[in-house]
Design a protein around this ligand. Structure first.
Ligand code: MG
Length: 407
């Protein structure tokens, strides 16, 4: 166990020295541990660079200050690292998982995923967590000796956040006792994987308020009236800084909410771990429930905010209007490539699993590449019509309605 103490890790943390290894064995790197090496491979992958042009909530070209999948992933990594340090978990592992967790997202956010899943219903469906795993296991073409990035079990375990039973069985058939096993055996992943899950939730709860208000689709008054938790922190900010207004007021409120969630996770998790005296990451995996959790009141507050965002932002008529067009693009592309596979690069059209090859190709696209391909293949320019309609109102800066798109 001495290596754990030397690394400043808790005994229940994941350690590269006790890794279950890579699918294809490799010599260790001379200066980096295996989780660092995973993180570095992810950062250098093509899929990671594409995240900058992929939609989080707002289409990529709707405004320069909205989150994209890339900035979202960086925020998740920051939060996860910071919490991992407090809990003496492995920071490199959480960073690798956080940076890779959204690699499998299609263009156009959840609308893209829904459309692609619909196209693939008869062929095994499409799910972005599984696709993230496909990206790091098969689809990246960078290395001489293997497909994908050949990441460690621990990073892949964290990337596969959810998985249906049928898909888990498929994974299990290819890789016995691999990353699919826990969905069959109903066991837990490492604490680092559990932590990334919550960091993801904390990140989007915070940045979707910011982006929602910036876009003018949400207002601070509406949030205060509907989300008591938000209202509480708005008032608290005003008590702390009586003269605060506009964007600073919103940002300070979000900052307080974010910190509160981080402290809550750290405290609740410490309290849950302490009496258990777990001595290894495998004991964490065998424990019947997740241990990195919010307290119950925080869980409820987070859920209420999520429900508000779901109804008022993700399903706002302006968002739905653009997502309908995004779905059309994905559906048209799917049919076009299925009909004429040679429109895809050779590495995709030469494959025998045609529908999956088409799904892999489309899932890898950025928003703008998908729209450009759609225009090339259909002659219809949906992107420009999305752009025309996507000029969102710039809310005035001030206490009444808050953040604009300013610097
Ligand atoms: Mg995410």
């Amino acid at each position: 166990m001495s290596d754990f103490y030397a690394l400043g890790l808790a005994p229940y943390a994941s350690s590269p020295l006790h890794s279950r290894g890579r699918r294809m064995a490799e010599m260790p790197a001379p200066t980096r541990n295996d989780f660092q090496r995973d993180r570095d491979r992810i950062v250098h992958s093509s899929a990671f660079r594409r995240l900058v042009y992929k939609t989080q909530v707002f289409l990529n070209h709707e405004g320069d200050l909205f989150r994209t999948r890339l900035t979202h992933s960086l925020e998740v990594a920051q939060l996860a690292r910071s919490m991992a340090r407090s809990l003496a978990l492995h920071e490199d592992l959480v960073e690798a998982i956080a940076l890779a967790h959204d690699l499998g997202h299609t263009p156009f956010g959840h609308a893209g995923q829904d459309a692609l899943n619909h196209c693939m219903l008869e062929f095994g469906g499409f799910e972005h967590n599984l696709q993230s795993l496909r990206v790091v296991d098969f689809l990246e073409e960078r290395y001489a000796l293997f497909d994908g990035l050949n990441l460690t079990f621990e990073t892949r375990e964290g990337i596969l956040k959810h998985c249906g039973l049928a898909q888990a069985r498929e994974l299990q058939a290819r890789e016995p006792s691999g990353v699919g096993a826990r969905f069959i055996e109903r066991t837990q992943p490492s604490l680092e994987a559990q932590l990334c899950n919550l960091a993801d939730e904390i990140a989007y709860n915070a940045h979707d308020i910011d982006d929602g208000v910036r876009s003018g689709l949400l207002s601070v008054e509406q949030l205060r009236g509907s989300v008591p938790w938000f209202d509480h922190y708005c008032s608290k900010t005003l008590t702390l800084y009586p003269k605060i207004e506009g964007r600073r007021w919103l940002f300070e409120t979000i900052r307080l909410m974010l910190s509160e969630q981080v402290y809550d996770v750290i405290e609740t998790t410490r309290a849950a771990l302490m009496p258990l005296e777990l001595q290894s990451a495998d004991q964490v995996r065998a424990y019947p429930e997740a241990l990195v959790v919010f307290s119950e009141p925080m869980q409820e507050a987070s859920l209420a905010l999520k429900q508000f965002l779901s109804t008022n932002l993700y399903r706002h008529p302006r968002v739905l209007q653009t997502t309908e067009q995004a779905k059309e693009i994905i559906k048209d592309l799917f049919l076009a490539y299925l009909h004429t596979p040679t429109e895809m690069p050779e590495s995709f059209h030469a494959r025998h699993d045609r529908e999956r090859a088409v799904a892999d190709y489309i899932a890898g696209m950025t928003d703008r590449f998908a729209a450009k391909e759609h225009q090339r293949l259909s002659g219809v320019s949906v992107l420009s019509s999305i752009q025309d309609r996507a000029v969102l109102p710039e809310p005035p800066s001030g206490r009444a309605s808050s953040a604009g798109d300013g610097p």
